[in-house]
Ligand binder design. Structure first.
Ligand code: UD1
Length: 417
């Protein structure tokens, strides 16, 4: 198993280009099933989750090939509507194939999706939304779902919580439904806006993304398109937090500030200088970060749950005691014990972590339980005195295409062994 070896204590300084957003790339690739014409998606990050999605498309009969950083996808033929169980279990996002497959082929057989154990992560909102569009779903027990629909009909759907994946699934299915679909209490994440823009570039009739109410006017067909996805705000945010923790200065580009604002507000409260220019964002760490007395993760425009672990790592070194509450996923504090091994002082009570800032972390052997935990431990290792070894770093390749290279560009002493 690969591990990172980090000689900590050096400030991160410099500029890095931000990869395309994983959470835009995955639904966009799934959306290509909605048309038989070729699509070119630009700026797709080379991640293991993208490989899983490509394998699923191949198994359905579609082509999905790299040309540099572009993926060229042709779903002219869809020979099969069975999503292989091993691939479905590897990645929770595979559930977003249900909507496009039902809209294009009228049926799908899939198992319940996998993913990290960061909460129970049910799919009830996906299934409820698809049923409202006229999909018949049989849950065969043993985790197998069979779904089919003669035709999809527009519907008025209220989500009991603004699930990102359910909003995307319903949006994609509704593009080819008859009539209009309304999704209320929809997710408002920037990746939803990106998916709307991509689907509209393919000929869909969607409006409202970025608000909590989406309208999808069904069309009879979608066509090919060429589309560049947005930069990854979580990767950008990870590097900005790294600058603040190591008391360095990092510029990330391209990085739309409005998509990063929930983090930038916290960086300012921590005492960092945040500079915005047309295409990038710079964070400058100014001495020891200040503690944050109450941060809660919540759906956009709240503080993103995917940056909770990296923020928690940064708060370990803050002056004072911080309280960080996770409201989106119920068991997303697996990084806490590992951070404590580095000398942090964190206690978890229910959904909140209480972090008493220490003035130094010390290198140790730690293990990444998942993608964002891995990023957090890497940041902590960069800020710690001495050598930190992070094990199980294969998780990190699910979301960061070039973490080691990027950190080295910023002056870090990190090696993958
Ligand atoms: C997406 C992101 C993930 C991010 C999450 C929250 C992708 C590929 N992944 O995941 O990185 O952490 O949004 O911003 O875009 N829920 C239900 N029933 C459902 C669906 C969700 O109860 O049918 C609950 C979940 O258990 C969770 C909450 O809703 O507690 C949010 O989940 P959701 O927004 O659906 O996350 P994902 O789309 O899985």
């Amino acid at each position: 198993m690969d591990r990172f070896v980090i000689a900590g204590g050096r400030p991160l300084c410099g500029a890095v280009k931000v990869q395309g957003a994983k959470n835009s790339a995955l639904p966009s690739i799934a959306a290509c099933i909605l048309t038989g014409e070729p699509v070119r998606l630009r700026n797709i990050p080379k991640l293991t989750d993208i490989d899983v999605m490509r394998s699923i498309l191949h198994s359905l009969g579609a082509e999905c090939e790299w040309e540099g950083d572009d993926l060229v996808i042709s779903a002219e033929r869809i020979n099969d509507c069975v999503i292989p169980e091993n691939l479905m279990r590897e990645m929770r996002s595979s559930i977003i194939l249900l909507g496009p497959l039902l809209a294009r082929a009228g049926r799908v057989v899939a198992s319940y999706p996998g993913g990290y154990a960061i909460g129970s992560r049910p799919i009830d909102l996906h299934l409820k939304g698809l049923r409202a569009l006229g999909v018949q779903i049989e849950d065969e027990g043993r985790g197998l779902l069979r779904a089919h629909a003669e035709t999809l009909r527009g519907a008025d759907i209220h989500l009991s919580m603004p699930s990102v994946g359910a909003t995307e699934n319903i949006m994609m299915a509704a593009t080819l439904a008859t009539g209009e679909t309304i999704i209320r209490n929809a997710a408002m994440e920037p990746e939803i806006v990106d998916l709307q823009n991509f689907l509209n570039a393919m000929g869909a009739g969607i409006s409202g993304a970025g608000t909590d109410c989406l309208s999808i006017r069904g069309v009879t067909r979608l066509h090919g398109a060429e589309y560049a996805i947005i930069p990854d705000r979580i990767v950008a945010g990870t590097y900005l937090l790294g600058a603040v923790m190591t008391r360095g200065h990092v510029t990330v580009f391209p990085a739309p500030p409005d998509q990063l604002e929930p983090l930038l507000a916290k960086l300012r409260e921590m005492g960092a200088l945040v500079v915005l220019d047309g295409s990038g964002v710079t964070a400058v760490g100014r001495g020891r970060p200040k503690a944050l007395d109450s941060v809660k993760t919540s759906p956009f425009p709240g503080f993103p749950t995917d940056l909770q672990a990296p923020l928690l790592a940064a708060l370990c070194l803050a002056d004072g005691t911080s309280v960080l509450t996770e409201t989106v996923f119920e068991s997303r504090f697996k990084h806490v014990d590992e951070l404590n091994r580095l000398g942090a002082s964190i206690k978890v009570a229910g959904r909140s972590a209480v972090i008493r800032g220490v003035d130094r972390l010390t290198g140790a052997l730690v293990s990444a339980s998942d993608l964002r935990a891995g990023a957090a431990l890497t940041l902590a290792g960069l800020a710690a005195q001495g050598i930190t070894v992070v094990e199980q770093v294969h998780h990190i390749g699910r979301g960061y295409a070039s973490l080691v290279e990027d950190l080295r560009t910023l002056g870090a002493a990190i090696e993958r062994i």
